[in-house]
Every structure is written in structure tokens, then in C-alpha cells.
Design a protein around this ligand. Structure first.
Ligand SMILES: [Fe+2]
Length: 165
């Protein structure tokens, strides 16, 4: 199992071809997704696959549309992920589930599986400080309650971003 996660990470790094920012982001999201999965349950390979590859369409989105916006990544990501996952020997059902998560990872509400929620929350755990003013702690508390889908995601976000009182 761990071997598969390592293989996913290697394939992601090869694909991102030295783009350290994207590589580090994917690694961080994967680490959080794994932490959340240990608390909430979920399918190890689907969560790992979707977390490692969730932004894999970003280069293609930039190339094709001149934009890294979420909706273009959601379109461009799945075919690239499908190819990587097929090469790594993932089962068709797992590939479908992973691609579904990647295709909606900026659009909550369409996919309601636990595996989706874990990857979605893991991405937010990394992105929160870029999207919101973490200095406004009171507001941040309610932002966390609104944005995160799982209880473990909310709890971990508060541990990371809210000062202890
Ligand atoms: Fe991301």
C-alpha cells in the first residue's frame, strides 16, 4: 500500500517536471488527506490517488486556456490522472472514483462521498491561509465551519490556524 503511494508521488513529480510549488502542494495535501482518512475512514487508494493527483491538470490548463482556474483543472486533470493510474495498475473502479474527485475538487456538493470530502478538506487545509485573512481569528473560525466538509477537517483546521486561547 505504501509502495503505491510512493509510486503515485513519483509519477506526480515526474509529470510536474521540477515545478516545486505544485509538487510541494500535492505532497502536503496528500499528507493531510492521509491524516483525515485515519480519523474518518475511507478508501486508502482512492484517497491517496485523488490527493496526489488532484491538481495534475494545472499545467495543461495553463497551457490551453492561459489559466490555472479550478474549472479548467477539473476538465484537464482526469485524462492525465487516468493515464498515470492505468500505468500504475489501479483497478477501473478506483480510477473512476479518483477521476470523479479530481473533476469536482473545486466544486463541492456534486460528489458527496467521504473520500471526496477528505481530499477536499485536505486541499483547504493547505489553501486556507492563501484564501482568507488568518489574522481575523473570529471570522476564520466561522469560515472553517462553513468551508470544511468533515468534522476532522474542521478540528484540524482550527488546531493549525486558530490561536489557542
Ligand atoms: Fe490543490
Amino acid at each position: 500500500m505504501n509502495g503505491t503511494k510512493e509510486a503515485l508521488l513519483v509519477a506526480m513529480e515526474v509529470y510536474f517536471n521540477g515545478d516545486i510549488r505544485r509538487i510541494e502542494h500535492a505532497r502536503q495535501v496528500t499528507e493531510y488527506a492521509e491524516q483525515l482518512r485515519q480519523k474518518e475512514g475511507g478508501d486508502y487508494l482512492v484517497v491517496a490517488g485523488a490527493a496526489v493527483l488532484h491538481d495534475i491538470g494545472i499545467h495543461q490548463a495553463e497551457k490551453k486556456y492561459g489559466s490555472s482556474s479550478g474549472k479548467y483543472q477539473e476538465i484537464e486533470g482526469p485524462p492525465i490522472a487516468r493515464q498515470i493510474l492505468t500505468e500504475l495498475g489501479f483497478a477501473p473502479g478506483q480510477i473512476e472514483s479518483i477521476c470523479q474527485i479530481i473533476a469536482h475538487h473545486h466544486s463541492p456538493g456534486k460528489i458527496t462521498t467521504r473520500d471526496f470530502s477528505l481530499v477536499y478538506d485536505a486541499d483547504w487545509l493547505v489553501n486556507l491561509e492563501d484564501e482568507y485573512d488568518i489574522g481575523n481569528q473570529k471570522r476564520l473560525n466561522s469560515v472553517i465551519d462553513t468551508v470544511f466538509l468533515t468534522q476532522s477537517g474542521k478540528t484540524l483546521a482550527k488546531e493549525i490556524y486558530l490561536e489557542k486561547t
